[in-house]
Ligand binder design. Structure first.
Ligand code: NAD
Length: 267
């Protein structure tokens, strides 16, 4: 057993039905955790059913719209009942709507604020309530929020998305401070992923071309790679492994931190 081992831990991953969240669910399960996949897409049920397991270890799916407080209350209760507790919460669910700032619509701004800021805030709120002493789980733990390299640099076409991810960064710091000062025993950190060609990442490259910032999606990707010292896009596993690290005892003295996992793009 190593300090990265998550045997006996219980994790919930929002937005776990596809993309980075699906990869995080797989990586946490591979490290030994029981995982609850939480998503608005019912296909998360198949993702949970296919997670690596052994012996009696259970995984589960719960339907969760992160913008709904009632959903959070039900999902946390269901998750604790399904896997026997809660030690790790990954606030991964997020949306990105590409637009020049001169063209962005109030509806699109509100949608990004709702999912990325309100959703993450409610996740931190209910995660801390459940994991702190006296909570429904009560044994402390770790929260990992998914921000973005966009929180640390200026890339065209994603102004509001970038603003919401900067908010995730600040939420992380204040939550870590409150959790520490109030003796909750919950570490709170965030990750800044670089561009990964999931549905969201590939969609962003297409949208950048559509709104005229680049000649083609390939040119948009080439611009990102050119700005990245590691010389490539990220993979789902690159990001998932960083989440496992922050969730594990290997990060036992790490809280209130933002970890770039971007090949150096944001330095
Ligand atoms: P994705 O669009 O492929 O997957 C997002 C998942 O979140 C989906 O399963 C979706 O159903 C779920 N979701 C959306 N709204 C939800 C809601 N209201 N409640 C519950 N679930 C909801 O995106 P991804 O690329 O996997 O991104 C995951 C996270 O990583 C996001 O927060 C994103 O901002 C962040 N991120 C992605 C990249 C990238 O390049 N892919 C880079 C930096 C940060």
């Amino acid at each position: 057993m190593t300090v990265f081992d998550l045997t006996g831990r219980r994790a919930l991953v929002t937005g776990g039905a596809q993309g980075l969240g699906e990869g995080m669910a797989r990586a946490l399960a591979a490290a030994g955790a029981s995982v609850v996949v939480a998503d608005i897409q019912d296909s998360g049920e198949q993702i949970a059913a296919a997670l690596p397991s052994d012996g009696d270890r259970k995984h589960a799916f719960t339907r969760l719209d992160v913008t709904s407080e009632a959903d959070w209350e039900r999902a946390i209760t269901e998750a604790i009942a399904a896997v026997g507790g809660l030690d790790i919460l990954v606030n991964n669910a997020g949306i990105e709507i590409t637009s020049l700032i001169t063209e962005v619509s109030p509806d699109d701004i509100r949608r990004m604020l709702e999912v990325n800021i309100l959703g993450t805030t409610l996740g931190i709120k209910h995660g801390l309530r459940a994991m702190r002493p006296g909570g429904a789980a009560g044994g402390g733990g770790a929260i990992v929020n998914i921000a973005s390299v966009a929180a640390t640099i200026a890339f065209p076409g994603i102004s509001v998305y970038s603003a919401t991810k900067s908010a995730v960064d600040r939420l992380t710091r204040v939550a870590a401070m409150e959790s520490g000062k109030l003796g909750y025993g919950v570490r709170v950190n965030c990750v800044y992923p670089g561009l990964v060609p999931t549905a969201m990442g590939a969609g962003l490259a297409n949208d950048m071309a559509t709104i005229g910032l680049f000649g083609s999606p390939d040119e948009a990707v080439a611009a990102v790679v050119d700005q990245t010292p590691s010389g490539r896009l990220g993979t789902v596993e690159d990001i998932a492994d960083a989440v496992v690290f922050l969730a594990s005892d290997a990060a036992r003295f790490v809280t209130g931190a933002g970890l770039p996992v971007d090949g150096g793009m944001g330095m």
